[in-house]
Design a protein around this ligand. Structure first.
Ligand code: ZN
Ligand code: FE
Length: 257
């Protein structure tokens, strides 16, 4: 099974999984790149997964569905035109034709109904996490609270270390600039930054990342680390009471960084 990043807009990736015959796409914000890839490779679209309602993730649904009927899985608590299979945590998404199955996680924070899809078949595992976890960062809190973000990130961080993480945006280098401020002394992060700079200079995506990589470098998963707490204390002028307060301050800091 190949997993291809289809670049869309300025910095989105529409992830496309295929077996040479059938394809699955995740968060098709734009139909154009999907149609082109399917056409060029003679693939038939088997299903669509949607993580949340934002236009850059669902904008291509109408056009893709105008040409064919395929199941569209999406968050049960968000209203999205084109979603035919509303799902929530505890549900399993099965795409029989491709032999794929995904467990759904509720990870509200960026939006109120945001979900993730965790593969039940692939080894190592993989997760499509939309705009909740990014490499070296996380999504903005448009509709959720810091406590919801903490819970969502905990769920993702609890996945096996070798889980490949397919985020929807190429934000890694700008996130890493913030990570350098939020945790000045982190040699693993410095090495990762050099590797990501080389990938981008070569025109390649920095994604997928892995859960292990993010635990080592992503300040939003490291709110209990002294280096992060110290940086937040220096920025805000007061020491965060706990990891949740640290996460809230970190997110607010990143919003204006
Ligand atoms: Zn979004
Ligand atoms: Fe987005």
């Amino acid at each position: 099974m190949d997993i291809i990043p289809l670049p869309a807009f300025r910095d989105n990736y529409i992830w496309l999984m295929h077996d040479g015959t059938r394809a699955l796409v995740v968060d098709p914000g734009d139909a154009g790149p999907v149609r082109r890839f399917l056409g060029e490779h003679g693939l038939k679209l088997a299903a669509i997964l949607v993580t949340h309602h934002h236009a850059d993730h669902v904008g291509g649904l109408r056009e893709l569905l105008g040409e064919r009927t395929v199941p569209v899985f999406g968050p049960a608590t968000e209203i999205i035109e084109g979603v035919s299979q509303p799902v929530a945590e505890g549900d399993t998404v099965r795409i029989e034709q491709m032999g794929l199955a995904f467990a759904v996680l509720d990870i509200p924070a960026h939006t109120a109904g945001h979900i993730a899809y965790v593969s039940l078949a692939a080894q190592p595992g993989l997760v499509f996490c939309g705009d909740t976890l990014f490499s070296a960062g996380c999504g903005r809190l448009f509709e959720g609270t810091p406590a919801q973000l903490a819970r969502a990130l905990e769920k993702l961080a609890a996945l096996p270390d070798d889980t490949r993480v397919y985020c929807t945006h190429e934000y890694t280098l700008s996130n890493l600039a913030f990570a350098c401020a939020a945790e000045p002394d982190n040699p693993a992060r410095d090495a990762y930054l050099r590797a990501c700079e080389a990938l981008r200079a070569a025109g390649r995506p920095t994604l997928p990342t892995t859960i292990a990589q993010e635990k080592a470098i992503n300040p939003f998963l490291r709110c209990a680390m002294p280096g992060v707490t110290d940086a937040v204390a220096t920025y805000t002028g007061s020491r965060p009471a706990d990891a949740l307060a640290c996460l809230a301050a970190l997110r607010a800091w990143k919003d204006v960084f």
